[in-house]
Design a protein around this ligand. Structure first.
Ligand SMILES: O=C(O)c1ccccc1NCC(=O)[C@H](O)[C@H](O)COP(=O)(O)O
Length: 228
């Protein structure tokens, strides 16, 4: 599978093992108590030990203070930190310097102006996670199962390394990949049966749909080449 898939919000050994067996290249662990996907750092560390070296381990935090980051980094030894709050570019730089880890900065997108928020992080964040803006009233900055208008990414500079996120599931990932050409995608609630409960069948369907989309896109490219 060419597309890098991140399965986020993992909480059980069964789900971690299956995600990686299906081809996930990134596994996300959420450290945000209000989330149904919240996990304690030690528990996440035990789960991550099962798949270390087989998939990247991503610690997801929201405006975390240094005590929490210290605890997470020491218990989990993540490969990457995903900062999913209002962390400034300066703060991202500090976090990278303190922990020596790459940072994926999450930004929430609803309209064209939101994409401009990428600019100050260019050269600082190692990657971006482009997620949808949370619906009104949601207490969660991510994991809301809502998508943004993927066509907005037509305006994105090709050099921006991003992971497409927000409301992706087996039913819409084909269209999302065809429209955006994203090289990396992230899903959480789209592979759950209830908030925080990963569904192994839905995970399987998601990976199948990514593979089908890749085959269709490659076929279209070949056809276009022949008729040119
Ligand atoms: O998933 C959460 O509960 C969560 C809580 C707080 C901050 C971030 C969170 N998720 C981060 C992710 O990377 C999710 O995969 C992303 O927001 C997409 O979620 P979904 O729309 O459910 O696929």
């Amino acid at each position: 599978m060419k597309t890098e898939v991140k399965i986020c919000g993992l909480k059980t050994a069964e789900a971690v093992d299956r995600a990686v067996a299906l081809g996930a290249r990134h596994t996300g662990f959420i450290f945000f108590p209000k989330s149904p996907r919240n996990i304690e750092p030690d528990d996440a560390g035990r789960l991550a030990a099962r798949i270390r070296g087989k998939a990247k381990i991503v610690a997801v935090t929201v405006d975390a203070d240094s005590d929490l980051l210290d605890e997470i980094v020491s218990a989990l030894s993540p490969d990457m930190l995903q900062l999913h709050g209002n962390e400034s570019p300066e703060h991202v730089l500090t976090v990278k310097a303190v922990y020596g880890l790459p940072v994926m900065k999450a930004l929430s997108i609803r309209d064209a102006d939101d994409l401009k928020r990428i600019e100050p992080y260019i050269g600082i964040a190692d990657r971006f996670l482009l997620d949808a803006k949370p619906p009104a009233g949601s207490e969660l900055p991510g994991g809301n199962g809502v998508s943004f208008d993927w066509r907005l990414l037509d305006a994105l500079d090709e050099g921006v390394d991003y992971m497409l996120s927000g409301g992706l599931n087996a039913g819409n990932i084909g269209e999302a990949l065809a429209l955006t050409g994203a090289k990396a995608v992230d899903t959480s609630s789209g592979v759950e049966s209830a908030p925080g409960v990963k569904d192994l069948k839905r995970m399987e369907e998601f990976f199948d749909a990514v593979l089908r989309a890749e085959t269709a896109i490659a076929g279209n490219v070949a056809l276009a080449g022949r008729s040119a």
